[in-house]
Structure formats: structure tokens, C-alpha cells
Design a protein around this ligand. Sequence first.
Ligand SMILES: Nc1ncnc2c1ncn2[C@@H]1O[C@H](COP(=O)(O)OP(=O)(O)OP(=O)(O)O)[C@@H](O)[C@H]1O
Ligand SMILES: [Mg+2]
Ligand SMILES: [Zn+2]
Length: 510
Amino acid sequence: MYSKIISCGILGIDGYIVEIETDISNGLPGFDIVGLGDTAVREARERVRSAVKNSGYEFPLKKITVNMAPANIKKEGSSFDLAIAMGILASSGYISQSAVQKSMFAGELSLDGEIRPVKGILPMAVCAHQNGIRYLFLPEENAREAAVVKELHVIPVRDLRETAAIINGEIEIRYFEDAGGEKGPVYYDTVDFADVKGQENAKRALEVAASGGHNCLMLGSPGCGKTMLARRIPTILPSMTFEEALEVTKIHSIAGILPPGVSLVNTRPFRCPHHSISDTGLVGGGSVPKPGEISLAHYGVLFLDELPEFSKKALEALRQPLEDGVITISRVNASLTYPARTTLICAANPCRCGYFLDEPGKCTCTPRQIQQYLAKLSGPLLDRLDLHVEVTPVKYTELESDKAVESSLEIRKRVERTRKIQLERYRGLSIYSNSQLQPAMFSKFCRLDKKCRSILKDVFERLGMSARAHSRILKVARTIADMDMSEEIRPVHLTEAIQYRSLDRRVWNL
Ligand SMILES: Nc1ncnc2c1ncn2[C@@H]1O[C@H](COP(=O)(O)OP(=O)(O)OP(=O)(O)O)[C@@H](O)[C@H]1O
Ligand SMILES: [Mg+2]
Ligand SMILES: [Zn+2]
């Protein structure tokens, strides 16, 4: 007998309908799955066979053929188990085919028929809804994730027997009721910019970075507070729209990193991978493709602490996605893309001993060593960094002072306001922030008057700035003017932007 069950595959960050056709006919007993499954799908055969038997059904001793359509896309993962088992039950008459028409099934089976959680449930739920499916049968652990799609009936199931019993009407359906769900991780409660004493310059630079979405490099000696400052960036990032939150959650769902009980990631992600990370870990890919850290940080911040410790290959791999906002991974049969629109924040010591920026005499490096060290820094990524900030150690008096320090909340309010100005200005242009400005747009949005032009010319000639610094300065000056709610870029805005280009100033005149 023939049956058709609907399940869902994942390509990039979107789900696509997979039809599981099962045919049981007389012939030599056998169990074949066709449709380009990978090893996991082949293993599904063994799990499904045991799960069906151990749930008390007779496994048909006939010729079983399972076809997973569309056949031209390579399917991955164990989430098809439940649908394949349902196909066998339908084809052997244990459940009625007509009862499962508007349903999708997703879940991994254990050998005794229990249903285990899978990755990527949110994109599956979105796909189900878009294709007119009304019921989604899924592992209990994944129910909250799917419940974000309000129009869908989410049915959590524990094992194969229970699933069949629900379909046959032997036990009552229990829809998942979302009791609000836990919010995603909240950073505001634990850390605050008010914890950081002094460092006004660095805080200002990070506010500029957050306001315009600019990539930023912090340079400073050990213990001066670079890591501490970076960890507080999430507390000043503007809030996400629902659409943004949905996209971020989809990526986290596919990567399987949604914390239990969290239905929607609604604060901007902050990712800080260790420097031993591989290039695939950072940008994504691998034999079973997975989003990398840069995609997990989509719409948020990717923080690379101790930048020179990262492998050259990994940093090299970041260039293309940083530029394009997406990462494309080529596969045998298809290529897939993950979104990667992130703000990159890096921290590094200015030299090998780390004290070059502190009081004279403390640094023990030779000029040659410093130059070598900086050459390493300035390799592939420097081009992509809009702001360079020098972080100097806090003075003892500042540490001791109990002067009120501005809180993250106050800073965040300003950041929100500046982002709004940009959103309105770039409406219909498919860019969202000043960091995304293209050179062709400069004449329209980053006009400089005569005074500003002469400042810039002077700086270029006197400090020997590179051409690449030019566009970075313009974008940052645009953001600083926006923070000041000024339509035109004034000399104060421009000079502040120039000040954030220390690495272009021929590296501290060495
Ligand atoms: N401005 C500051 N206000 C309050 N505490 C500070 C400040 N700067 C540093 N500290 C203290 O010093 C500790 C070390 O700072 P942090 O780890 O951020 O330094 P770092 O610049 O990242 O150093 P490294 O280069 O060694 O990684 C912090 O955990 C904090 O306790
Ligand atoms: Mg540190
Ligand atoms: Zn040094």
C-alpha cells in the first residue's frame, strides 16, 4: 500500500517540504530509502525498524520502498525518523492516511520508539505554516520553539505509540499552550557600563560603534579593561524588531543552541569565540553544514578577544562575509547561504609585551618587534575596521572615585535614537546603518563643506593616511553627526572620526 507523509528539511536557514512516500508491496523482504539521504538518513532505517517493532507493531516482512522528495537536495539529520515511521504505519494500515493530510512530522526516534529533540524546529514550523499545514507533531522538548508560529497547532509527542494513538483518535489531542515562554538571555541584569570606571574615550568609541554598527578594534595593555568593556556592549545595543528576532532565532535553532525553554531570542546576540576556533567554526560550513559564529552573531556583535592569537586562515575567512553580510557555502548539489550581518569588535595588545601605549619606558619591545607585531594585526581584517581605540589604564583616583557613572540604560537610549535616524534616512535603500554606506552614496549622505574638506586634506598629507581610511572616516563622521542630531557633518564630527584612525597614522610614528 502507498502512503505519503509530510516532513521538513533545512537548507540554509529555511525549511522546505519533504514528502515521504512509502510503498509496501509483495516481493523480496527489504527496506530501502531513496532520495539522496546522507549517512544519518541511512541510519534512520535501523532506528525506524527497531522503533516500530519495539512499539508493539509488526514490521512488514515485505518489500518496503521509501522515497524522500525532492530527490535532488541532499538531506541531513535525524529529524525524518518520525515521518518515515509514520509512513510505514500508514502503509501497513495501522493509521489512516486521510488523518495525516494536514500534518507535518519531525523528530528523531530512539530504538524503543521514544521521540528525541531535533535541531531547526523553528524554520520547520515557519515552513509548515507557509505551506498550509495545520498540525506539527514534534518532540516535547521542541514545542516551545515551534509555538512562536502562532497560527500552527503544535502537538508534542513522547513516543511512536502515542503519536499513532492521537492520530487514530484513541487519546485526546493535547495542543501545546505557550505559557509565555522564557525570554532569551538578558544581559542587562548582570553587567553594566557603570561598572567601568573612567575610560570615557573607549566608552564613547563603543557608543559610536553601537550607534552606527561600526566594526571596532580596541588596543591596550593587559588588564586595562578591554574585555570588561567588550562584555558590556550587548547592554547598549538597540532592541530588535520581531522580524530580526525571528531570523536570529532560526539560526540559533538550526545550530541547536537555543537554551531550553527559550522560544524567541529577543536580545541581540553577543558571541565571543575562543581564539583556537577553526575557520569553519568561525564562518560556518563543514561536511554537515552548520552556521558559524559570524552567523550566530547575526544582528548582534562578534567579539574576537586577543585578535593576534586567531589563526590567519580563520581571520582571512571572515573578510567576505563581513563585506557581504551573508556567507555562501558551496555544496555538491547546491549552495546555501547563512545571514551574517554582524558588528565585529576586536581586542588586542598594542605590542608583544603589551605596554607600548602606557607611560614611556614600560614597553620592552624594540621598534622592529612592534612593527612585526602590528603587521600581523593589520593583515586581512584591518581594512574592515572602522574604529581603532586606544585603551589606556585607569588611574587609581578614577578607580577609587565614587562619582556617578552613566549607566548602560542611558547610553542605550541615545543609541536607539541614533539608529532610528539612520533607519528613516535609508528607508527603501536596503541598508540600515551608516556602516553599510557604499562609496556611491557618500556624495548624497556624507557631504563635506569647504572647512571639513580642508581638514581632511591636511590630515591626509600630514599624517600620511591611506586611501582606505577615507571612506571609514566619512562613515564614522556620519554616525557622530547623527549622534549629535546634526544633518550636516561639522568639523567637530570629522575630527573625532579622524581620531579613531590611530593605526593609519603610520602606527604611532614609528
Ligand atoms: N576601568 C575599570 N573600572 C573598573 N575595573 C576595571 C577597569 N579596568 C579594569 N578593571 C578590572 O581589571 C580586570 C581586568 O580587566 P580586563 O580583563 O578587561 O583587561 P584586558 O584589557 O582585557 O586585559 P588583557 O589584555 O590581559 O586581556 C577587570 O576584570 C576589572 O576587575
Ligand atoms: Mg582581555
Ligand atoms: Zn611592548
